[in-house]
Design a protein around this ligand. Structure first.
Ligand code: 5AD
Ligand code: SF4
Length: 472
């Protein structure tokens, strides 16, 4: 399928509605003596966080201000995730609460957007069970939000746009970001892999890469605003460029970003093992700004399950990649995603996964219990294990990995690490928190003015989930 780039005309149309919203908001402010407030909530992955930044960018241009408290808002929007059922449950829970809020604030406008509503059965459910939702739009209609919101406000009836286009990229949508020193930059959208358990290709569409020049311009702008750490984002960054009509791959893009003045750290996510080339490994090794951190989802260590998941690699091939990465970049920090309880998984299959964890010794893992997603091929399979057995396996895996995490962190004792300071630690208000090149969290005592700076820290007290150290 071809990639549609939103045309200048289409975006100009959206801008026309941003201007109309702005006028309406100005009238509201005069009448009520205050500005209209929007409240945004994001579920799921970094891509969604990035989309919400664009939603906030458009709302800000339309004259909205923001509130962290839904109760004070005139417009509440949930940007949703469909990857697992529990993310959907959370949104349904929130919508239930908003129903009561709307009884006391009848002018409140409620919107649900993103991956969850791109699925027709979910959209139907919202319309039936939560008919207080005023606006529903899917991932492909993001750029049309100003028009949809304006129509919702004018027409006072539910507006829905979950059209399934072949996907679109708009380079013009304004963006309002939260953090300054670190930023995520989408380099591509969608996914072509159709892992049998996964809903993403259905709700996000096929892979489409942004043009290198657009990415470079965005990064240069970020750097000019004080950002030094750039995380390149895509469902499978290793296939970047395959759909472009110029000759460029992900490793080439990394080198270009590495050459941008002012960028200090480059991270990227996510890498599909089947597309991870030697060229990429050498590029990571040779470019000094690329962080020595690799997130390489394994999903399962059983060849039978990997095949049924449509992952296109075997356990042996995966391990060969890891061996190569470790050989070329000995200081590499490795993380992964694991699914426990894929329908046909037996406990023997699960034990194959444990063996890989013990062999690779990841710095940390993101582990998930399989969640059935309607419309995916795996949703038609029968389960071999009971819920109880799956949960027992899951707990066993956590135990194994927790021990590995601790042992890996203990290796950091007395090391000196460069840390980019994020700010006050979330777990201990008396400490600052930041990340090493490898992405490990480091807590230490220091002045808040260090936020956004790179400091050298001696690790004094490695813990299971983080490192503690002292400024040197
Ligand atoms: N159930 C459980 N985990 C899933 N993931 C994707 N789809 C599912 C599902 N249906 C996990 C994969 C992926 C991560 C982002 O979410 O491990 O890498
Ligand atoms: Fe889902 Fe697989 Fe694509 Fe990742 S690579 S988004 S798991 S289909």
């Amino acid at each position: 399928m071809a990639t549609t780039i939103i045309t200048k005309e289409q975006w100009a149309e959206s801008e026309r509605f941003i201007a109309k919203l702005k006028e309406d908001n100005a009238r509201f402010a005069i009448k009520n003596g205050r500005t209209r407030l929007a409240h945004t909530e994001t579920y799921g992955c970094q891509q969604n966080v990035n989309d919400t930044e664009r939603i906030r960018g458009m709302l800000s241009e339309a004259g909205f201000e923001f509130t962290d408290d839904a109760e004070n808002a005139d417009f509440v929007i949930y940007n949703t995730c469909a990857v697992r059922e529990n993310a959907e449950q959370k949104v349904f829970g929130r919508l239930g609460i908003l129903k009561h809020l709307k009884e006391t604030h009848p002018d409140l406008i409620v919107a649900v957007c993103g991956c969850m509503v791109q699925q027709e059965h979910i959209c139907e459910k919202i319309r039936k069970v939560h008919n207080h939702v005023d606006l529903i739009f899917g991932t492909h209609a993001l750029y049309r939000m100003p028009e949809l919101l304006y129509r919702t406000m004018q027409e006072k009836k539910t507006v829905v746009d979950i059209t399934d286009s072949d996907g679109s990229i708009s380079e013009d949508i304004p963006i309002l970001r939260d953090k300054e020193e670190k930023a995520w930059v989408s380099i591509m959208y969608g996914c072509n892999n159709f892992c049998t358990y996964c809903i993403v290709p259905y709700v996000r569409g096929r892979e489409r890469s942004r043009k290198p020049q657009d990415i470079i311009n965005e990064i240069k702008e970020l750097v000019a605003g004080g950002t030094t750490e750039i995380s390149l984002l895509g469902q499978n960054v290793n296939s970047y460029g395959k759909d472009l009509d110029i000759d460029i791959d992900f490793a080439d893009l990394l080198r270009i970003v590495n050459d941008i003045e002012g960028v200090k750290r480059i991270r990227f996510m996510t890498s599909h093992p089947k597309d991870l080339s030697d060229k990429l490994i050498y590029t990571m090794r040779d470019c000094d700004k690329i962080c020595k951190q690799l997130h390489l989802p394994l999903q399962s260590g059983s060849d039978k399950i990997l095949k049924e998941m449509n992952r296109h690699y075997t356990k042996e091939q995966y391990i060969a990649i890891v061996d190569k990465v470790k050989k070329e970049i000995p200081e590499i920090t490795l993380t992964t995603d694991i699914i426990v309880g894929f329908p046909t998984e037996t406990t023997e299959d699960f034990e194959e996964t444990l063996k890989v964890l013990e062999y690779v010794r990841y710095d940390s893992i993101f582990s998930f219990i399989y969640s059935r997603r309607e419309g995916t091929p795996a949703s038609k399979l029968d389960f071999v294990l009971s819920d109880d057995e799956i949960h027992k396996n899951f707990d066993r895996m956590l135990q194994v990995q927790n021990q590995i995490c601790l042992e890996k962190n203990l290796e950091y004792k007395d090391r000196i690490e460069e840390v980019l300071v994020d700010g006050v630690s979330k777990t201990d208000k008396n400490m600052l928190s930041g990340r090493t090149d490898g992405g490990k969290i480091v807590n230490f005592t220091g002045d808040e003015s260090l936020k956004g700076k790179y400091v050298k820290i001696k690790i004094t007290n490695p813990k299971q989930w983080s490192l503690e150290g002292e400024l040197i």
